[in-house]
Write a protein that binds this ligand. Structure first.
Ligand SMILES: [Zn+2]
Length: 292
């Protein structure tokens, strides 16, 4: 297996002796040494800090110190480290992104929006349902749709792209206690461009679709966050195909596995399916932080 050394070179500047000891190791053990064990909540070192919190939840600190949170299903997520089940432990959040209405993505997003007094960026028609259900005030439920780009804070651009999936919002009526399904809009992926041009493609929940190639050709993401669990999304075989044939990112991080017993795909299977590739597969444990 061949890996680019770009991430390694970033880390070499920080800790050359540790890196030198680990360069020849298997990818999974090699990577653990470049992950920081505790998250620096207010990192403002000009780099991108990314922390996986289980399933599709990530906390990203941008080079200018803004905090982006994606698909925050935390309180009920068996993979989320205990401290982050208290939403305040995330610190201040500047940008909140939700790919679709399923509970393991929408989860704690309204509460997080409320705590931080920020908008929840999500599929427009999902936010319309949320507005009509009074889940949040309308000013916190901006509308966007595929192909559109928004700039939630200065220097950060978020473009909504296709995801091959479904979306529904199941919401409990506070009066009757009855759960009902509401329109969840079209599921999205996000191209997140940070202040320094670093691009993250958060694929959301998706199966294979040919326009993944178009999206990668147009936006040229550096890092792809990709579901691999199968059953509901891409499994290892499909994810490996998309990486090798269409996406060719420098780095990818597998997500949406291990939290639901039906999503059985593993990073090990993905790496086996990939074989020789120029894409570096990064496999954080929940709570680990990566620095780019
Ligand atoms: Zn879903």
């Amino acid at each position: 297996m061949f890996f680019h050394s770009s991430l390694l070179s970033i880390q070499e500047k920080k800790n050359s002796s540790t890196t030198a000891r680990t360069v020849c190791c298997h990818v999974l053990s090699f990577l653990t040494v470049i992950f920081l064990t505790s998250f620096s909540a207010f990192a403002q070192d000009g780099k991108t800090h990314l922390q996986w919190l289980g399933q599709s939840a990530f906390r990203i600190t941008t080079p200018n110190g803004k905090v982006i949170v994606t698909d925050p299903w935390l309180k009920g997520n068996p993979l989320t480290p205990a401290k982050y089940k208290q939403l305040e432990a995330l610190g201040h959040v500047d940008v909140l992104l939700v790919t679709h209405g399923h509970w393991d993505h929408f989860g704690d997003a309204p509460e997080l929006a409320r705590i931080n007094d920020i908008p929840m960026y999500a599929p427009g028609d999902l936010n319309q349902s949320a507005t009509l259900l009074n889940i949040l005030p309308a000013k916190q439920l901006p509308r966007m749709n595929k192909g559109g780009t928004v700039s939630p804070v200065a220097g950060i651009k978020v473009t909504a792209v296709h995801a091959e999936h479904s979306s529904v919002l199941v919401w409990k009526d506070p009066q009757s206690g009855q759960e009902m399904p509401y329109p969840g809009g079209e599921p999205l992926g996000f191209i997140i461009e940070l202040e320094n041009g670093f691009k993250i493609y958060d694929m959301g929940d998706t199966g294979l679709f040919g326009d993944m190639k178009l999206i990668a050709d147009l936006y040229k993401p550096d890092l792809v966050l990709m579901p691999i669990g199968g059953n509901f999304t891409l499994g290892p075989k499909e994810a490996a195909w998309a990486i090798k044939e269409w996406l060719h990112p420098k780095w990818m991080i597998p997500m949406h596995y291990g939290a639901n017993p039906l999503a059985k795909g593993t990073p090990e299977e993905l790496i086996k399916e990939l074989g020789s590739t120029t894409t570096q597969v990064l496999v954080p444990k929940p709570g680990d932080e990566l620095v780019f």
